[in-house]
Structures are given as structure tokens and as C-alpha cells.
Design a protein around this ligand. Structure first.
Ligand code: ATP
Length: 345
């Protein structure tokens, strides 16, 4: 069931030369977690502000739970939209206890504020901290209070602005998992903004990627990563290698060697072979393998990146396990699995 629909939304700020977002249409299903990603200035925050009612679009409409909340000049005010917000800095009231913080948003909700606030705090795992003040909690706990405050009034949709950006790397993995679990347990629909592709890939059910105000692709993390619709999307989610090749009857000739591949029959002349570093595999034997000279290796603890060059100086990177030490300048064999092919003109 569709909870949120954006239809042909345009927004240009007064004084601005370009549209902040242009021709944006998408739907979010009930219970889904959608990540909005894109570089700085791509329009992510503008979309959140349009959905929450802090901005009004120049064109298009937005529906929430089947009701148009924005169309033409008409607009449902933010406090009547049933939209919950979690801000980057959590925006908790410092002079209120965490119980009071959560009760605050429940005043006009028709539920028993005390009971609902306690139940929601219990659900986010903060049952022992009702009377503490925000500054007495860790960053991760403060974020759970902010989440409880936003969820308690039972919103139709939850909007989270950069929810993981204030957390250090160690805490981030754990908090991502916790937040996803809490959102899934409550069944609330959520949209979160992030510029971190790892946050998006690991936490969202689907990801929408924006570039200069235009929606590029909206898909599951796996589809976006493995089958990007264009080079911009492909490169946004991490480095990709490109090798120029010549298609023949039974494979592709490249400057790193020959790749036997049935797909070559569909191509004529030059093609681009595109693959991510982790699609490369180091091989012991030269049989049916490509080869390259090691330019350098970069060690990351849990993996290493090997930069290889062909005889003409063209380089590619391969990701491999960290255990074996590869001396610079040595020649190694490798293969590439499941690579993408593009006609090269
Ligand atoms: N109040 C404003 N007035 C004029 N232009 C604005 C305003 N807010 C945003 N913009 C412009 O609209 C475009 C989209 O901005 P937006 O803040 O939505 O991007 P973003 O993807 O959220 O960026 P960031 O990751 O840096 O927060 C940018 O070009 C920005 O400069």
C-alpha cells in the first residue's frame, strides 16, 4: 500500500538560479525505509522540507495516506500532517527529562501522554532513563529519545535528517542496526537523508539518488549498486574500473589479456568493460587469466586494494583479502566476474 506519493514536484527558491528539485515523482510503500542520497546541494533536504510542510512546491502534488497534503496553492499545515521528524542534532529540549521530551509531542494527540511516552521509551530500550536529562545520555541514547519522540504520536511517515552523521564510526554500525530494527518493529514508514552510501546501502529497503535536483534512480540497494542506470549513479556508490576492449566471436581482447565470454557475439568493435574492485579476483595460474603489473597496494586491515597496470600504463584496482603481501612491480594474474558491458563509440 502506498503511503506517500510525490508527483512531478518542482521547487526553486526565490533568488536561486536553478531548481533545487525538478520533476520529482516517486511512491513510498507502508513500512518501507527509503534513503535519499546525493552530494551536497542535490536537493535531499529540500525534499524532506517539502514533505514536512516547511517548504511549498512550485508545481506537483504530494499525497500522504491517500490525502493530498499539497496541491496548487493548497497545503495542509505541518502540525496537521502526521509527519514525525528526527533532526541531525536530535533537537531535544535540554531542560526537560527524556520522559517529558517524549510527552511533549503528545499533548494534542488524544492518547494518554504518560503511558504512551513510557511505552515508546521502553520500545527503544530506554526504560531505565525516564528521569534523566539529555546531557546525561550518550549520543546513541539521545538519538533513540529523538526517535521515540517522533514515533510516539503515531505518525504516517517518519523523516530523519542525517540520523547517523553525529555518531563515531564504532557506534555507527550498531546504531544503524538498532534504528532499522526499531523502525521495522513499529511498522512506521521512514525516509532518511544521508550522504553516506554505506548508511543507505545497509539500512534502507530502497534508495533514491538525486543529482542536481533530478532523481536519477530509485531502487533496492543491490540493484543500485550492481546495475546503476548511468555512470553517475555507478560511481556515486564507489569506484569502478573501466577497460576498453575489442569484441570478437568468442570474447574480448583487452590490454590486460583475453577474456573468453559468449556475450561478445552481441557486440561489434569496441566495448567498455566496467567492474568494481571486488569483482576482480587474483588467480594463481595464468590459465584463462588476465595479467598486470602491481603499481602499489593499500592495506585497510580487513581488505587490501591492489593497483595494477597494463603495458601501456592504464591502471585498474582490485580488492582482495588482506593476508598475502604482493611486492610492487611483480606481475600477477587475475579474472573479472559478472562485469558490465557498454558499447564504446
Ligand atoms: N533557503 C534557500 N534559499 C536559496 N537556495 C537554497 C535554499 N535552501 C537550499 N537552497 C539551494 O537548493 C539546492 C538544494 O539544496 P538542499 O539543501 O536541498 O541540498 P542537500 O542535498 O540537502 O545538501 P546538503 O547535503 O549539503 O544538506 C542547493 O543548490 C541549495 O544551494
Amino acid at each position: 500500500m502506498t503511503i506517500l506519493e510525490l508527483n512531478c514536484i518542482d521547487k526553486k527558491y526565490s533568488q536561486a538560479e536553478n531548481y533545487a528539485v525538478k520533476n520529482i515523482s516517486f511512491e513510498v510503500k507502508k513500512g518501507e525505509i527509503l534513503a535519499l542520497v546525493g552530494e551536497s546541494g542535490s536537493g535531499k533536504t529540500t525534499l524532506l522540507r517539502l514533505i514536512s510542510g516547511l517548504e511549498h512546491p512550485d508545481a506537483g502534488y504530494i499525497s500522504l495516506s491517500g490525502n493530498k497534503i499539497v496541491e496548487g496553492k493548497k497545503s495542509v499545515p505541518p502540525n496537521k500532517r502526521k509527519v514525525g521528524m528526527v533532526f541531525q542534532d536530535y533537537a531535544l529540549f535540554p531542560h526537560l527529562t527524556i520522559l517529558e521530551n517524549v510527552k511533549f509531542g503528545l499533548k494534542e494527540s488524544g492518547v494518554d501522554p504518560e503511558k504512551t511516552a513510557k511505552a515508546t521509551l521502553n520500545m527503544v530500550g530506554l526504560s531505565e532513563n525516564f528521569n534523566k536529562y539529555p546531557h546525561q545520555l550518550s549520543g546513541g541514547q539521545q538519538q533513540r529519545v529523538a526517535l521515540a519522540r517522533a514515533i510516539a504520536p503515531n505518525p504516517s511517515i517518519l523523516l530523519l535528517d542525517e540520523p547517523f552523521s553525529n555518531l563515531d564510526a564504532m557506534l555507527k554500525d550498531q546504531v544503524r542496526e538498532e534504528i532499522r530494527q526499531i523502525i521495522k518493529e513499529t511498522g512506521v514508514t521512514a525516509i532518511f537523508v544521508t550522504h553516506d552510501t554505506r548508511d543507505a546501502l545497509s539500512t534502507a529497503d530502497r534508495i533514491a539518488i538525486l543529482h542536481k535536483g533530478y532523481l536519477q534512480q530509485l531502487d533496492t540497494p543491490r540493484k543500485l549498486y550492481e546495475h546503476p542506470v548511468n555512470a553517475y549513479v555507478g560511481n556515486f556508490f564507489g569506484r569502478r574500473n573501466e577497460i576498453l576492449a575489442t569484441a570478437t566471436e568468442d570474447g574480448f581482447y583487452t590490454s590486460f589479456g583475453f577474456i573468453a565470454d559468449e556475450r561478445s557475439k552481441k557486440f561489434h568493435g569496441k566495448v567498455r568493460i566496467i567492474f568494481r574492485p571486488e569483482q576482480g579476483k587474483i588467480k594463481k595460474s595464468p590459465r584463462q587469466a588476465l595479467n598486470g603489473r602491481i603499481l602499489k597496494t593499500a592495506y585497510y586491515g580487513d581488505h587490501q586494494i591492489i593497483k595494477l597496470s597494463d603495458d601501456e600504463g592504464k591502471s585498474i584496482s582490485i580488492r582482495t583479502n588482506p593476508y598475502k603481501v604482493f611486492p610492487a612491480n611483480s606481475r600477477i594474474f587475475f579474472s573479472i566476474r559478472d562485469f558490465e558491458l557498454e558499447e564504446a563509440f
